[in-house]
Design a protein around this ligand. Structure first.
Ligand SMILES: NC(=O)c1ccc[n+]([C@@H]2O[C@H](COP(=O)([O-])OP(=O)(O)OC[C@H]3O[C@@H](n4cnc5c(N)ncnc54)[C@H](OP(=O)(O)O)[C@@H]3O)[C@@H](O)[C@H]2O)c1
Length: 324
């Protein structure tokens, strides 16, 4: 496994997203023992970056990660997020007020069974709290030793600049993959200018880019993808061609589509650490092996030229929370 820096924070360049173990997708929460084995296998294979959030479940995912890391905490870069749930009574959940952060961090520390969170992200920008106030509250937590590094998620360029001026931001976590290229024109160059690392979430396109999802019929009604524009109706049928093209490159490379989707992200720079999510040992092994795959310039070019996906990457309400 290769290691890179997110700001001053060293992490394995492939991390593990724990969300799907407890939330969002069909099968979540059905086999915690296998989820814990998956986390342990990732650590055995050199992964150090484990990603969760208080809102996953809510709470169940942090508790699961806390259990998994009980005797394996050393050397792990434990990342979690606040601000998608309000503990101060705000409607809608978005709350990055200093008062909310104070409450949220204590809950996350308890559930994760740790004294310090290595990377604490704001989950979504809060239009009702100036980012300067949020980051000042986080800087206090750094000074108190409750968190080590500060991150943002899906923040817009102006917000990133303002946040970084108050206290160094180690990483931005936003959606980035072969079918979600939004960060490329504005955000990625800014991160490089400021020395902030980038953590692409949903790097496998919520599983779609692996080519394993040919129909959505088996999704539970509660599956987040059920209402996602890319997974519905004609868009879904159109997008299947994308997955086929990724598979064609995978056949050429002698790897799997998931590995190609990850290898393409790794080829974008040594300041990028994707966090593919899985709750299965077999798949975590497959995904981590992407670290050893080097795509040729022609293969990267072919992937760069994939047709745009049909449909937005979040529903309307979700899109309004991005890039603020
Ligand atoms: N900051 C944010 O707003 C935000 C939003 C979404 C996610 N995230 C973070 O990013 C992490 C990853 O994103 P994600 O889980 O949404 O999407 P993802 O990593 O793109 O895809 C995960 C899905 O793909 C499946 N999968 C994983 N590896 C596979 C393989 N090798 N072959 C076939 N299928 C495979 C998983 O199923 P199984 O689990 O059944 O293997 C799961 O359904 C999350 O865990 C979370 O920590 C952050």
């Amino acid at each position: 496994m290769k290691y890179i820096k997110l700001g001053d924070l060293e992490v394995s360049r492939i991390g593990l997203g724990a969300m799907s173990m407890s939330a969002a997708y069909t099968g979540a929460g059905t086999d915690d023992a296998e989820s814990i084995r998956t986390i342990h296998r990732a650590l055995d294979l050199g992964v150090t970056l484990i990603d969760t959030a208080e809102v996953y479940g809510p709470y169940a995912n942090e508790e699961l990660v806390g259990r998994a890391l009980k005797r394996r905490r050393e050397g792990v870069v434990l990342a979690t997020k606040f601000g998608f749930m309000s503990h101060t009574g705000r409607e809608g959940g978005i709350d990055s007020s200093p008062a909310n952060i104070r409450i949220a961090v204590e809950g996350s520390l308890r559930r994760l069974d740790t004294d310090c969170i290595d990377l604490y992200y704001q989950h979504r920008v809060d239009p009702d709290t100036p980012i300067e106030d949020t980051v000042a509250a986080l800087a206090e937590l750094v000074a108190e030793g409750k968190i080590r590094h500060i991150g943002l998620s899906e923040a817009g360029a102006e917000t990133i600049r303002r946040a970084h001026a108050v206290h160094p931001v180690a990483a931005l976590q936003s959606e980035y993959s072969l079918w979600t290229r939004d960060p490329e024109p504005g955000v990625l160059p800014l991160l490089r200018e400021l020395g902030i690392g980038f953590v692409p979430y949903s790097p496998l396109g919520h599983g779609f880019l692996t080519g394993q999802i040919r129909s959505t019929d088996d999704f539970d009604d509660t599956d987040w993808r059920k209402n996602n524009p890319r997974f519905t109706g004609e868009n879904f049928q159109h997008n299947l061609r994308l997955a086929d093209e990724v598979r064609a490159v995978a056949d050429e490379v002698g790897g799997t589509p998931a590995q190609v989707a990850l290898a393409w992200l790794l080829a974008q720079g040594d300041d990028i650490a994707p966090i593919p999510g899985t709750k299965r040992v077999e798949r975590v092994e497959e995904n981590i092996a992407a670290d050893g795959i080097v795509l040729t310039a022609e293969q990267i070019e072919k992937l760069d030229q994939l047709p745009a996906a049909a449909g937005d990457h979040h529903d309307e309400a979700g899109m309004r929370l991005l890039g603020r």
